[in-house]
Design a protein. Structure first.
Length: 393
């Protein structure tokens, strides 16, 4: 029995192959067709051989494609494979197929007939439809995620910047990935008696954990400032809260600059305390005195129970601007791979003076756009400045 199966005739192998075979004359008239294809289509051999053309078995769109593309290319190339078509069965149903055709010639190269192999593509088509459905669902999920991330990100930033009499304020937030909530934050808020609290910082990580830490940090800073606005004390309070909230096994930390802005004649006094954050940039009206306000020894907040923080005080006079930023700016990569760095930012800021806060933020925002893919981290900017003489706020 087994040996008999191995001795099947070539004709039987042709008739019952796992794919459909048919031969046609050059005008497409069917002259031979195997049982497999007849079974798929629901036709008898008598209904097709000598009576129908290959194109007659195709759907309307398939016939049009066959006449305008398939047949001309086959005549030019002699062979055409892997073409997706749809055939019409006897009961009117559509059968998706993959078709390969070869133009057979005589010894002198004259075309004689066309041999076509037909593969059932129903499983493949179902797979493609499922793949497309999954892709569309993934894209919808991605859009929902983007909206969720954008909404959550907005909730972690002030909806609008307040009006501070006698001062210009501007801010910008660059989101590196629309799929993840970033950890950068800033705020400006009143403390009474004409004083204002400001802060800008960056928490470790991305996503939901970073968002939770950002929320805790923002509200702790505000609450601590309302109770005791002295900048060093505010950072100590935040450090204590983070150490209490997170264990050593899941230690979370952040970098922050917290500032107290107090009216001072025709300007303001700014007292800044830093916990591991890049130094603020002071852009003087004269331009040549643009410099960093370093706060050495300021440690990461939340890293150590007995962390040390340092503060610096400066006066903002007419035309002066204070720029706070997160390290996404200085850590951005240039086309050659080098880091943008502190020195480049200092030189850039010096050329901006005596730009006010809005112009400074606009210029740095434009700078961020030049980094392209080199800017792979969120970046927050916050600028405060005293208008130059003759300008009104």
């Amino acid at each position: 029995m087994f040996n008999a199966l191995l001795e099947d005739s070539s004709e039987d192998l042709y008739e019952h192959a796992p794919c459909g075979y048919l031969s046609t004359l050059l005008d497409g008239q069917i002259v031979k067709v195997n049982t497999t294809l007849l079974t798929w289509l629901g036709h008898t051999r008598e209904q097709l051989v000598g009576r129908r053309r290959f194109s007659d078995l195709l759907t309307v769109g398939g016939r049009l494609y066959h006449e305008t593309h398939f047949a001309p290319l086959l005549r030019m190339q002699g062979e055409l494979g892997g073409v997706a078509l749809e055939m019409r069965t006897a009961d009117g149903a559509r059968l998706p197929v993959m078709v390969t055709s070869v133009l057979k010639t005589d010894t002198d190269g004259r075309p004689l007939l066309i041999r076509t192999t037909v593969f059932d593509a129903r499983d493949r088509r179902a797979y493609e439809r499922e793949l497309l459905r999954a892709r569309q669902e993934a894209e919808r999920d991605r859009e929902r995620l983007k909206r969720l991330v954008a909404t959550l990100q907005r909730s972690l930033l002030p909806p609008v910047l307040p009006h501070v009499p006698g001062m210009e304020i501007a801010a910008h937030y660059h989101i590196a990935s629309p799929d993840q909530v970033g950890g950068d934050f800033y705020d400006v808020f009143p403390l009474g008696d004409g004083r204002w609290g400001i802060f800008l910082g960056d928490v470790c990580g991305k996503g939901a954990g970073a968002a939770a830490l950002t929320s805790l940090t923002r509200y702790t800073l505000r609450a601590a400032a309302a109770y005791a606005p002295e900048p060093l004390e505010v950072l100590r309070t935040l450090n204590t809260v983070l150490r209490q909230e997170y264990t050593d096994d899941e230690m979370r930390f952040c970098t922050v600059i917290f500032g107290l802005i107090t009216p001072d004649g025709d300007g303001f006094t700014a007292t800044l305390a830093s916990g591991g954050h890049p130094p603020a940039l002071l852009m003087r009206a004269a331009g040549e005195d643009t410099r960093y306000l370093h706060t050495p020894e300021g440690l990461l907040i939340g890293a150590l129970a007995e962390a040390r923080f340092t503060a610096v005080e400066t006066r903002l006079g007419p035309g002066d601007t204070l720029l706070l930023y997160t390290d996404g700016l200085t850590e951005a990569r240039l086309p050659g791979g080098d880091r943008y760095g502190d020195e480049a930012l200092l030189a850039f800021a010096a050329d901006l003076s005596p730009a006010g806060a809005p112009a400074a933020v606009a210029a740095v925002t434009e700078l961020l756009g030049t980094f392209g893919d080199g800017l792979d981290d969120d970046t927050a900017l916050l600028a405060l400045g005293v208008p130059a003489p003759g300008r009104q706020v």
